[in-house]
Design a protein around this ligand. Structure first.
Ligand code: ZN
Length: 412
């Protein structure tokens, strides 16, 4: 990605005096004079930041401003160990709301809309991000928070909400529930905005068919503001990332080399305006690519990243082959008699890696054994080994309100 001149200027400003403001960066960039960074090539020589570095700064070691300038903290949902704490200044909080409001605008949300917000509030960045952006835009926020599906559906009907925001898993759960209860004609939803986990084509189609909504995918992560740093436009071709706030690089996850536009790799983000906790070359471990060329919407100043195909740390090594859950999802999506849900369990038996793949049949009339056999053959031909496929009834695999865990590695 060619760094825009305005981005280089913002970056230089971000780097100016950073080592004096931040003990974290004083240590990270020891021996480097940040005033020497005068071009994109200079910038690309700077070391990456990893989540582990951020964790080591717990609790407030990332702060690059005096304490009195910090107005809020958020914390990333670390599954294990020490969380990462991100401090925000007043400007950071406002900048985040500006970006989030822009996401809603790109999705065609207007002040006439009523936005039902189901992501969680609190330390997590999701709920409050969706809310702040909604209020900044001037739409009506219906701040439900997660859970309580009965109440969600009741409010969806009584408040006549037009925009639903959720994780893809929860949107699926709601879509299936709307179908099951036969209340489609009582709801007024027109748009769905999901964040925090990727959803394959099949899940999207299932949700859109059941709810009759336009589907928007928001991008972001707690370490870099939170959700709201990018969204797909009406043309749906990748997510525009706000270039005035964030600089995007795609790198080879093995070598760290910056890759040309179009090539798949790991997303690395640099904040251009952040005060509380600036991030320089932060490795997200999200796998995607920059979509080359122009978007029909004309907003080429905001580069597009493709659908996130997985996380570099989700990669499974089975019989020496690298496998991503998204590949399994892709394969299953071609089977009309299988649902979009799946679960992978890896075990080590008698000196061999074994993958058990659980999938759902869409109805009781499906021949479970035959479906399992056909999926097994497809995995073998596309990826190179045969999994043990177990077909279960629709609804048996767990749907969650947050991210659905699909891979369980039970090997030593
Ligand atoms: Zn566009």
């Amino acid at each position: 990605m060619q760094m825009q001149p305005a981005q280089l200027e913002a970056l230089k400003k971000q780097l100016k005096g950073l080592k004096e403001r931040s003990p974290f960066y004083a240590k990270k960039f020891e021996g480097i004079d940040l005033d020497d960074i005068q071009s994109q090539a200079d910038f690309e020589k700077l070391p990456f930041s990893e989540k582990a570095d951020l964790r080591d700064a717990y609790p407030l070691g990332l702060a690059a401003v005096p304490e009195e300038k910090i107005v809020r903290i958020h914390s990333s949902s670390g599954t294990t160990g020490t969380p990462v704490i991100i401090p925000y200044t007043k400007k950071d909080v406002e900048d985040w709301a500006i970006q989030f409001a822009r996401c809603y605008e790109y999705a065609g949300v207007t002040p006439q809309d009523r936005v039902q917000i189901t992501p969680g509030y609190g330390l997590w960045t999701a709920g409050i991000g969706f809310q702040a952006g909604c209020e900044r835009l001037g739409a009506m926020a219906v701040p439900m928070g997660p859970g309580n599906t009965d109440k969600q559906l009741q409010f969806m009907i009584d408040m006549q909400t037009t925009v639903f925001t959720a994780t893809a898993s929860y949107a699926l759960l709601i879509a299936e529930e709307v179908e099951r209860r036969g209340i489609k004609d009582q709801i007024k939803l027109r748009k769905l905005i999901t964040g925090s986990e990727r959803a394959g084509e099949k899940i999207r189609k299932r949700i859109c068919d059941a709810l009759d909504v336009e589907y928007y995918d928001i991008y972001g992560l707690t370490e870099v503001y939170g959700p709201g740093i990018g969204i797909n436009c009406e043309h749906g071709n990748g997510m525009h990332v706000w270039s005035d706030y964030v600089y995007v690089e795609i790198i080879d996850p093995e070598t760290g080399e910056v890759l040309p536009d179009g090539e798949p790799g790991e997303i690395v983000l640099t904040t251009l305006q952040k005060e509380g906790a600036p991030l320089i070359r932060f490795r997200t471990h999200d796998l995607s690519r920059i979509i080359p060329g122009s978007c029909p919407c004309g907003h080429d100043e905001h580069p597009r990243i493709d659908v996130i195909v997985g996380r570099s740390d989700d990669m499974m090594k089975i019989h020496g082959v690298n496998v991503f859950p998204s590949q399994i999802e892709e394969i299953i999506s071609h089977f009309e008699d299988a649902s979009s849900e799946f679960q992978i369990r890896l075990s080590h038996l008698d000196g061999r890696d074994t993958m058990r793949l659980y999938i759902e049949a869409v109805s009781g009339t499906v021949d479970f054994q035959d479906l399992g056999r056909r999926v097994g053959i497809a995995v073998k031909s596309k990826i190179g080994f045969t999994p043990l496929v177990k077909v279960v009834e629709l609804g048996v695999l767990p749907r969650s309100e947050k991210k659905t865990k699909r891979v369980f590695d039970e090997r030593e």
